[in-house]
Design a protein around this ligand. Structure first.
Ligand SMILES: Nc1ncnc2c1ncn2[C@@H]1O[C@H](COP(=O)(O)OP(=O)(O)OP(=O)(O)O)[C@@H](O)[C@H]1O
Ligand SMILES: [Mg+2]
Length: 378
């Protein structure tokens, strides 16, 4: 595969994680960051190659690719890492669930990792068997394995609880050679998953923010851009653009693309164009208009960033004013809103009772277009 010219690699960060695992002090980590901040790109383009280099087998699964049946996707990825021919090999084994699937004519045209998608509910009990088979295959060889579970918050769903317990038990006894990275954008769900004692992964992997891209990244990109256009982009313009795009690498790349396509218009115009596009999406408009007025009012306040205690008297008086209520609503009104907004993955609750947007772009959109009556202004 041709290396991605525009990928800013982060070898120190990758080495840092591998170093931690290598020391044996820790065998699992959970990384979180807002949407589009570069988690997946780092995991796939930096961490996996570095891990391979260091002698690890590597398995990557993105549970969003199949959030109905994450177990199958995960087992497929795990198996694929250990035993490249796992599917064929399993199919030859007597009593193998795979054999049964084959007999039933359900051999998918795949994508081994997507095997599960083809299974019916009746077949699903075999996933547990496949997991333990995969782990046995792991035990029968000597290499360490790095398992990367992206969008890991999917495992927190009650529907996947049995599998999560089985997985946790399987990983637990193999900590010396099986290292796990969980990643995700839903901080609140990840916190529940690893912070609530009733959850299978309670206290299992320390949760830490994924280090965001910053000045080095901007510099790298600007240098690249300036090698291909006569219209040189200054760091000053680039830093300002990155900042106004909420430090989001994906949006910054769109800005660069625009700059390269319309160099004569200048960087300010490219930035305006990009902002207009990334912060003005129809999706935000739909999401906004679909919310209850009380939830919109609260989100508007949150986007303004002036209120810290949403249950307090001052905040409730502001809610009353926004909603045209005769007096401040009771505490349970913001409480219900916050619960709904968390359930919809719109806001996340930090440990110390502070709330924030999961997607900073939505906050920006609300600041610019959100009007309480739901008819978002444009
Ligand atoms: N290291 C990097 N170098 C260059 N571009 C990057 C880098 N990291 C991220 N990007 C850009 O940002 C985009 C989004 O990154 P990525 O998909 O990794 O984010 P994410 O944090 O996994 O988001 P999500 O939570 O939505 O899955 C990439 O497609 C790429 O355009
Ligand atoms: Mg991702």
């Amino acid at each position: 595969m041709k290396p991605d010219q525009w990928h800013f690699s982060r070898p120190e960060l990758a080495a840092g994680y591998l170093g931690l695992f290598g020391l044996g002090l820790s065998s699992a980590r959970t990384l979180f960051a807002r949407r589009r901040m570069g988690k997946t790109e780092f995991l796939i383009k930096d961490l996996i190659p570095a891990a391979k280099q260091a002698g690890y087998l590597t398995a990557y699964v993105n549970l969003w690719d199949d959030d109905e049946e994450p177990a199958g996707a995960l087992v497929g990825a795990l198996y694929g890492a250990i035993e490249p021919n796992w599917w064929a090999k399993l199919a030859r084994k007597a009593n193998s669930p795979v054999r049964k699937l084959k007999a039933s004519g359900k051999i998918p045209v795949f994508g081994e990792a997507s095997v599960e998608a083809e299974m019916t509910a009746d077949d699903k009990k075999f996933v547990g068997t496949l997991l333990s088979d995969a782990l046995k295959a792991f035990d029968s060889q000597t290499k360490p394995l790095l398992l990367i579970i992206d969008e890991a918050q999917v495992l927190a769903a009650a529907a996947h609880s049995n599998f999560a317990h089985a997985l946790r038990a399987g990983l637990d006894v193999r900590k010396d050679r099986l290292k796990v990275i969980f990643a995700g954008s839903s901080e609140s769900t990840l916190r529940t998953m690893f912070g609530r004692s009733s959850e299978p992964f309670f206290n299992w992997a320390p949760l830490e923010p994924f280090p965001l891209l910053g000045r080095d990244f901007i510099q790298f990109m600007v240098k690249k851009v300036n090698t291909i256009t006569k219209h040189q982009l200054s760091m000053k313009h680039a830093v300002a653009a990155f900042d106004q795009l909420n430090n989001t690498p994906e949006f910054f790349r769109r800005f660069l693309e625009r700059h390269l396509t319309y160099p004569f218009d200048g960087p300010e115009a490219a930035l305006e164009f990009t902002k207009e596009h990334v912060f003005n999406s129809d999706q935000f408009r739909r999401q906004w208009t679909g919310l209850l007025p009380a939830d919109r009012a609260l989100l508007g306040m949150m986007a303004d960033g002036k209120v810290s205690d949403f249950h307090g008297q001052a905040a409730r008086e502001q809610l009353a004013a926004l909603l045209g209520l005769p007096e401040a609503p009771p505490v349970n009104m913001p409480a219900h809103s916050l619960r709904r907004l968390q359930a919809d993955n719109i806001v996340t609750k930090l440990a110390h009772g502070e709330y924030r947007f999961e997607d900073e772009a939505f906050a920006q959109w609300i600041r610019e277009h959100g009007a309480l009556n739901g008819e978002a202004s444009s």
